[in-house]
Design a protein around this ligand. Sequence first.
Ligand SMILES: Nc1ncnc2c1ncn2[C@@H]1O[C@H](COP(=O)(O)OP(=O)(O)OP(=O)(O)O)[C@@H](O)[C@H]1O
Ligand SMILES: [Mg+2]
Length: 344
Amino acid sequence: MKRKDNAAEELNWQEESGHFLSVRDLVVEYTAAGEVIHAVNGVSFDLERGETLGLVGETGAGKTTIAKAILRILPDPPAKVRSGSILLNGVDLFQISERDMRKVRGEKISMIFQDPMTALNPVMTVGDQIAEAIQLHHKDYTAKEVTLRACEMLEKVGIPASRYSDYPHQFSGGMKQRVVIAMSLACNPLLILADEPTTALDVTIQAQVLDMMKALREEQNTSMILITHDLGVVAETCDKVAVVYAGKIIEMGSREEIFDDPRHPYTLGLFGSLPTLTGDEIRLHPIDGMPPNPADLPEGCSFHPRCGKSCEACRKQDQAPELQLISGTHYVRCLDQGVKEVKS
Ligand SMILES: Nc1ncnc2c1ncn2[C@@H]1O[C@H](COP(=O)(O)OP(=O)(O)OP(=O)(O)O)[C@@H](O)[C@H]1O
Ligand SMILES: [Mg+2]
C-alpha cells in the first residue's frame, strides 16, 4: 500500500463526508505589546473538491491568518486560535496530533507564500528541491524519472530545465516564486493555499502560472484558496469569492453573484464601480478612510465609520449584522440587505 493511503487511514480519512473543507466560526487573536489584536472574528466557509475560493480584502483584513490557521502554522505566541473548527474531509485539523498534521501539510495541503524564500532552501539547487518534493510523493519513481519530472515541472512554470542545478540566489524573485509553485504542484496536493502567489510576477508569467494552476485543478480536481488583491485574477480563476473586512466575511458568493450583483457597500467600494466579468481592468480600489484598528474594533458593523449608507443601528453593538443568505449562494453581512448603488 502506498504511503499516501497509510496516512489517509491513520487520519481516518473519509472521502465522502459532506464538504471537502469546512471552516467554522474561526476566531484568531494576536497578542502584541500588551494589546489583543482581533485578526479573525468568526469566519465560516465551505469549499468543495476542484473549487477555487478567492479571498479578497484590504491589507490587515486577516486573509493570511485564515490560511495559516488552516495549515496550523500560526506562531503561538503571539497567535492564539480562540475558537472554531477546520474540517478537511471530515477530519478536524485542530484535533489531530502534530505528527498527523505534518502528513496533512506534506500530502494534502500545500501553501504558496508571497515570499518565495519562506519555502526555498538557499543551499540546495532548485532542481533538487523540486525532485525532493516529487520523490516524497512518488516513492515508486526511479531517480531518472524523478529528475525528468522535476525538469518537466521547471519547464511548466517557464524556467528552462538547463537551470536545474542553479541555486535560489541565482534566480530573480519572480523565478523563485515559480520554483515554489512548481514544488507545490509536484506534490499533487488536494488543497493549495495560495497567498498572493503571482503578485511578484510580470503579467505574462502571471497568466502562464494561473493557466497552469487552472489546468492542474481540472486534471487533479485540486481545490484552492487564492488570496489576492487583484480582482482581475479572481474573475479569471475563482468559482467563489469571500470578501474579508476586519476579520469577518462581509460578502460571499459565486463569482457571478459577487461580480454581477455586489451588495455590501465595502465590496462596492473595492470594485470602485460596478464591475463586469468581461471588464479587463478590475483592481482593488482604494476606499476612503482607514481600515479599523484590529486592537480596537468599532462597535456594531466594523465598516460603519467608512460607510456612506450607515445609520444609527449600524453603530449599535447588539445590532452587529450577521452574514445572511440573500439569494442562491450569495451571503451579505449588512443591515441594509438590499443596498446597492452605482459608484462613480
Ligand atoms: N505575528 C503577528 N503578530 C501580531 N499581529 C499580527 C501578526 N501577524 C498578523 N498580525 C495582525 O493581524 C491582522 C491580520 O493580519 P493578516 O496578515 O492576516 O492580514 P492580511 O489580510 O493577510 O493582510 P495583507 O493583505 O497585508 O497580507 C493585522 O492587523 C496584522 O497586523
Ligand atoms: Mg496577507
